[in-house]
Design a protein around this ligand. Structure first.
Ligand code: MSP
Length: 510
């Protein structure tokens, strides 16, 4: 196993407040970061805000304030997401910080010195909301092929990055690193795009002042994507040769939405190659959420506010729903009903119920003290076997970033434990004093299944997991436990006194 793990979210534009799309990537990264920490790896998890460029400038102008003021105001909403959603990020970067200016100018200078940046003039169709130039061929009925809003013709002096030179190196990199772009279908899309030929990329603007100045070229600011992508190395201290940089670069995974994959899988490795820096090891593109069957938009008034979700359902429920409901990488639809149903069936009725009913019976039959199990009988085998298989299965799914499979597997285990209780009927065993040992064994295994489930579920629902962890008499913070403890059946402490009950997930009545 690699000793370190570096994971990043995209940095979010501060032209508007956070919505479900931002929360989604951040939550996914958080679950992965927590999982890898519990595997014993040294993890660095970076998130932040993208503050330059036309989009932010335009929004600030509309509000009659300088762009920095808008950024200062909105950034607090993104920073606040960390505590609202229980996000364990190790760093937060703002592209308006001096450390980032130094970083972007340094990599720009290196590419320039290597002959990969040159001065030219750019003419094209520009889409302001997407901050992208398009060619005649790419336009769709005069509109931007990404957002379908009208594009305008523009010409300006511009520095260009020799992207065309990197077609072969990029294709070679994709070939040598088959897991660089995931999922597979996205990888094929990117390869096809690169194979079709790359044109040089305009990487400066003279039409804008809200950005990082091109070193030694008055009037030019660096194109927002060049600026933004560089955050991933600034966050580790670049251009200084820091210990963090040496430890964590290249990044293991840049998590991104499908709409910004191209920037991460094509531009970013090319910028790095040109500056003599290793490209990242992976980029994973996830799908998009619609809301109640419709595209999310301000005009429709259906934008899902993560703060409101947390207030209404709690951070764990929101986190769990987003990662359980839809296979990561696929598009999905958000609805409150689906969320409530999911939480009630999986968390309240299944895992929560397993723990609570086991505690109730432990109180009733053993004065709440965990009994010592006797040698397993045939009817224990199914559950013990499920317990042995869960960790390798969950870890393999996590490697593939298949959160829904991990969660389904854990749910299966707690479901198996609930059925195990039903079949072994502790209430019947309790009637016969001669079967006290057997009764103790059954309760022990039921509680142990809850312990293993809680441990594996903790990266997804950290707050409830901690509550359940404590209710199971386990010491310390669950996130400090290692995943390998889920692979050893029998971690539940014999002789521990547990509470009579715990309602980790009350049923939601919406
Ligand atoms: N600033 C750039 C990223 C620069 S990274 C070097 C950016 N910012 S963004 O705020 O517009 O979008 C950030 C992320 O939110 C993107 O990954 C995008 O895919 C994601 N989402 C925006 N709307 C979304 C949904 N409706 N559903 C899921 N994710 C969505 O792009």
């Amino acid at each position: 196993m690699k000793e370190t793990f570096y994971i990043t979210t995209p940095i979010y534009y501060v032209n508007d407040v956070p919505h479900i799309g931002h929360a989604y990537t951040t939550i996914a990264c958080d679950a992965l970061a927590r999982w890898h920490r519990m595997k014993g790896q040294k993890v660095f998890f970076l998130t932040g805000t993208d503050e330059h460029g036309e989009k932010v400038n335009k929004s600030a102008t509309q509000q009659g304030i300088p762009p920095k003021e808008l950024a200062d105001r909105v950034v607090t909403r993104f920073q606040g997401l960390s505590s609202a959603l229980t996000i364990s990020n190790d760093g937060f970067i703002r592209t308006s910080e001096p450390r980032h200016y130094a970083s972007v100018q340094d990599i720009f200078r290196k590419s320039h010195a290597n002959g990969d940046i040159y001065l030219g003039a750019y003419e094209g169709w520009y889409c302001t909301p997407c901050e992208s130039y398009w060619t005649d061929l790419q336009l769709v009925d005069g509109t931007c092929p990404d957002c379908r809003r009208p594009a305008e013709k523009r010409k300006e002096p511009s520095y260009f990055f020799r992207l065309s030179k990197f077609q072969k190196p990029l294709l070679g990199y994709y070939e040598r690193n088959p897991r660089f772009i995931r999922p597979e279908s996205r990888r094929n899309e990117v390869i096809a795009f690169v194979e079709a030929g790359l044109t040089d990329l305009s990487v400066s603007r003279t039409s804008l002042t809200w950005g990082i100045p091109v070193p030694g070229a008055d009037g030019h600011v660096i194109y927002v994507w060049y600026d933004a992508l560089t955050n991933y190395i600034t966050g580790l201290g670049y251009p200084k040769r820091t210990e963090a940089f040496d430890t964590f670069w290249p990044a293991d995974v840049h998590m991104v939405g499908k709409d910004i994959l191209r920037f991460h899988a094509i531009y970013w490795p090319a910028f790095l190659m040109s500056a003599g820096i290793e490209p990242p090891l992976g980029v994973f593109a996830h799908g998009w959420w619609t809301v109640e069957g419709q595209k999310m938009s301000k005009s429709l008034g259906n934008v899902v506010d993560p703060y409101e979700m947390v207030e209404k359902y709690g951070a764990d429920a929101f986190r769990y729903f987003l990662l359980r409901e839809v296979p990561f990488g696929k598009d999905g639809d958000f609805s409150r009903k689906a969320l409530v149903d999911r939480i009630n069936s999986d968390l309240a009725n299944n895992l929560g119920n397993l723990l609570n009913r086991s505690l109730n019976m432990l109180a009733k039959y053993f004065g709440s003290v965990v009994p010592s199990p006797s040698a397993p009988e045939l009817s224990d085998e199914g559950l013990l076997c499920a317990g042995r298989e869960i960790l390798p299965a969950a870890d393999a799914a996590m490697e593939e970033v298949e959160f829904h499979k991990v969660l389904a597997a854990v749910l299966n285990l707690s479901d198996a434990a609930n059925r195990y209780i039903d079949t072994n009927a502790p209430w019947a065993l309790a009637k016969d004093p001669a079967r006290k040992n057997r009764l103790g064994t059954v309760l022990y295994h039921a509680l142990e299944a809850a312990r293993v489930s809680v441990l594996l579920m903790s990266p997804f629902i950290p707050t409830a997991a901690q509550r359940m962890w404590e209710a199971l008499g386990c010491d310390g913070r669950v996130e400090k436990a290692t995943l390998s403890e889920a692979g050893r059946w029998g971690g539940l402490r014999v002789g521990a006194t547990l509470p009579r009950s715990v309602i980790a997930f009350p049923r939601i009545e919406d």
